[in-house]
Every structure is written in structure tokens, then in C-alpha cells.
Ligand binder design. Structure first.
Ligand code: CTP
Ligand code: MG
Length: 389
């Protein structure tokens, strides 16, 4: 059956109290509406999507959904003064071949393709079906003065969620009858019930919560982070400095640079490679090289820092990341490093298992200022971007 999703996103989010509509607020790094629409994009049974937003938000919404790769988008329409009115506007814009309509609140961003699919299957069988959860708390009816009047039996009670899916002809009949009878409901099922249409209950999920009040944002973000603990991009920064002394080789990026002074350190004191190691460790959240290769450990005495970089790269790959690019700056008054830069770059690229174009290497003096300018030492900065493999 041809299924079109309708996403009412035409509200103003009064109870959220942001001053702007909640459907555009950022939730775990993405606009709320994008989270919701991703689930429908990723549900194979859904062929088309119609979104209703406040009229003034239409151009912004179209651009936003393009930027975030929301395919299947059939139309973005102007919503109305109530949810019911917004859905009615969207219903008029569904593609002509639509047989089933799945209505889902934009404000429920934790919806999953599995639950959408289950509701569609139940509606295909029964004509209409909604996601809902059995009431689990004991219910009280309030009397005047915030006193309990009675305990309400909860055995047969469910809390309605969305998706609410129905045959298109049934939903159109329900909306037409509601308009004729001035019947107002807060969901599709109540309109279908009004015309005597049976609606099946599908076990929804407590996690399919509706973002209504400020505290819901905290809960939703915690759940979203739990589902996807690590993003696809990571950034890292590294900085290191070593003292210049006589009687040591000057090793930078694994290349021995001819100079009267060299860098002092427990390993080969390759300050450039150390900065790159720290940037990668920073990006994967694993501290710094001091933690992994302590000065006190004799195994690292005089070791080539390229070997340390190889071990850091192995840790990065173990976490499922690859190096997208690195940008490294060496701060040295003397000697001129330009002749050695291509060889350093080749060494670093090989250790990082990337093409040389992924590593940018540059050197600067400080025009005689500071410790580097006085040739007391050499420093290096590195920034990296990692991508999930
Ligand atoms: N909705 C809509 N058109 C309206 C009102 C609401 O499309 N005129 C949508 C909301 O954007 C939301 C869903 O219906 O996705 C459920 O509504 P609700 O949670 O009440 O959202 P708001 O109306 O925006 O919030 P509030 O009631 O706190 O103002
Ligand atoms: Mg509302």
C-alpha cells in the first residue's frame, strides 16, 4: 500500500517556553524536526512526507530539510491555528496515489522506523491503528481544592501516542465529519471514533515521548545520546614544546634536521610528532601521550616518536575513526625547515595511514620574540579532524 506520512509541525510550543517554535530547537546536535523526519525517511514502507509548519517558516524549513538530506519530501505546507487544522491542510496535499496516511507529531523525535512500520502494518489490517502505551501509574480524579475525589480504574486505559495511521478514505471522511459537526479532537483516532470507525492499539514505547515541557528536552537528549553515543566527526588539538640543547640531534617529523642544537627529551623529543599524537588522542578522548607513554618508562627512552604515533593511530582505528586531515605548525626561529618539510610530511602520512594531501605542515618563526624567538626551544601545534570509518 502506498503510504504518505503527515508531520504536523505547525505549533508555537507555548509550554516549552523558548519563545520560538520547539520543532526547530537543537536536540543532541540536530534540529528536533530533523530527528523526526529521519525516522520516516529511513522507513522503507513510507513513500512520501508532507510537513505542516507555521506559514512564515516554510522557506526556512525547505532549506533546512534539504541541508539535512531529508528525501521523500513531497510538500511543506502552511499549518493552521490548531493541530487538527494543520493536519487537515497537509491531508489536502498528499500525493493522489496515497492509500494509507501516517500522522506523526514533529514533537516526538524518538520515534523509530520499527514502530512506524508496526503501526502501518496494523492499519493495513484494521483500517486504522495508533501507537499507545498502557497507563502504568495509579490515576486520581481531582476534586475542588486539589483533593482526591476518586481513584480511576486504569485496567483499560492507554495513553495515545503517534504515529496514528489510517486508510486515506477513512481519514478524509473523519476530517470532513469533524468540520461539519464542529468536532475538535487532539488526535486522529478521536476523529475516527467520532464517525464510528474502529481503531486498533499498537504497543508503542515509553521512549516515544512528546517534547512538551522544558524537562522533556533533558530526557530526550539523554535517550538520543544513549542511542548514538559518538558522532561521526571528532576534532582534536595538540601542543608541545621542547628545550634546545647542544649534543642532541634535532628530529622533527622523523627527519634529522642538520643544526648545531637538538631537542631535549626522554624519547627523540620530536615535538612536531608529539603535537600530532596529542591532537589525535584528544579527538578520541584518550588524554595525552604522557598518559600512554610515560617518561618514567624505560621502554620509551630514545624511541622514535613515529613509533608512538603509529600506536596512537592504532588506538584511533580501534575506536573506529580515520584521520580526515591534520594541520601542523612548527614554531622555530632556526633552522629553516622548508627543505625537510616534504620528507616530514611523508613520514607522518605513512604513520597515520593517509595520503600526504591529508597532512599540512608549516613552520614559522616568532620574529625573535619569546622562547622560540630566543632559540631556547621549539614548539608545535596540531589540529586534526577524524571521521568515523
Ligand atoms: N501542531 C501543529 N499545528 C498547531 C499546533 C500544533 O501542527 N497549530 C503540532 C505541533 O507542532 C506538534 C504537535 O502538533 O508537533 C503536537 O502539539 P503540541 O505538542 O501541543 O505542540 P505545540 O502546540 O507547539 O506546543 P504547545 O501546545 O505547548 O504550544
Ligand atoms: Mg499544542
Amino acid at each position: 500500500m502506498q503510504v504518505t506520512a503527515i508531520i504536523p509541525a505547525g505549533g508555537s510550543g507555548q509550554r516549552m517556553g523558548l519563545g520560538t517554535p520547539k520543532q526547530f530547537m537543537t536536540l543532541a546536535g540536530l534540529p528536533l524536526l530533523v530527528h523526526t523526519l529521519r525516522a520516516f525517511r529511513d522507513t522503507p514502507a513510507v513513500a512520501a512526507i508532507v510537513v505542516a509548519v507555521p506559514a512564515a517558516e516554510i522557506p526556512h524549513t525547505e532549506a533546512l530539510l534539504r541541508t539535512h538530506g531529508i528525501t521523500k519530501l513531497h510538500a511543506v505546507v502552511a499549518g493552521g491555528a490548531t493541530r487538527q487544522e494543520s493536519v487537515r491542510q497537509a491531508l489536502a496535499a498528499v500525493p493522489p496515489e496515497t492509500e494509507l496516511v501516517a500522522v506523526h507529531d514533529a514533537a516526538r523525535p524518538l520515534i523509530t522506523p520499527e514502530l512506524i512500520t508496526a503501526c502501518i502494518a496494523a492499519a493495513a489490517e484494521h483500517g486504522a491503528a495508533i501507537a499507545a502505551v498502557p497507563v502504568k501509574d495509579t490515576l486520581k480524579r481531582e476534586a475542588a481544592g486539589q483533593l482526591i475525589a476518586a481513584t480511576v480504574a486504569r485496567d483499560e486505559l492507554w495513553q495515545a501516542q503517534t504515529p496514528q495511521v489510517a486508510r486515506r478514505d477513512l481519514l478524509e471522511a473523519a476530517y470532513a465529519a469533524a468540520e461539519r459537526d464542529h468536532f475538535v479532537g487532539t488526535d486522529e483516532a478521536s476523529l475516527l471514533e467520532h464517525i464510528g470507525c474502529p481503531v486498533a492499539l499498537v504497543a508503542g514505547a515509553e521512549t516515544n515521548l512528546k517534547i512538551t515541557r522544558p524537562e522533556d528536552r533533558t530526557i530526550a537528549e539523554a535517550l538520543l545520546m544513549h542511542a548514538n553515543p559518538s558522532p561521526t566527526l571528532r576534532i582534536g588539538h595538540g601542543y608541545d614544546a621542547h628545550r634546545l640543547v647542544e649534543g642532541r640531534a634535532l628530529i622533527l617529523g622523523g627527519v634529522t634536521v642538520p643544526h648545531r642544537l637538538g631537542l631535549l627529551g626522554h624519547s627523540d623529543a620530536d615535538v612536531l610528532t608529539h603535537a600530532l599524537c596529542d591532537a589525535i588522542l584528544g579527538a578520541i578522548g584518550e588524554g595525552d601521550i604522557g598518559r600512554h607513554f610515560p617518561d618514567s618508562d624505560p621502554r620509551y627512552r630514545g624511541i622514535s616518536s613515529l613509533k608512538l604515533l603509529e600506536q596512537v593511530v592504532a588506538r584511533m582505528q580501534k575506536q573506529g575513526f580515520g584521520l580526515a586531515n591534520a594541520d601542523v605548525t612548527v614554531i622555530a626561529q632556526q633552522p629553516k625547515l622548508a627543505p625537510q618539510i616534504p620528507a616530514m610530511r611523508a613520514n607522518l602520512a605513512a604513520a597515520c595511514r593517509v595520503h600526504e594531501t591529508a597532512i599540512n605542515l608549516k613552520a614559522t618563526t616568532t620574529e625573535g620574540m619569546g622562547f622560540a624567538g630566543r632559540e631556547e626551544g621549539i614548539a608545535a601545534h596540531a589540529v586534526v579532524l577524524l571521521t568515523r570509518l
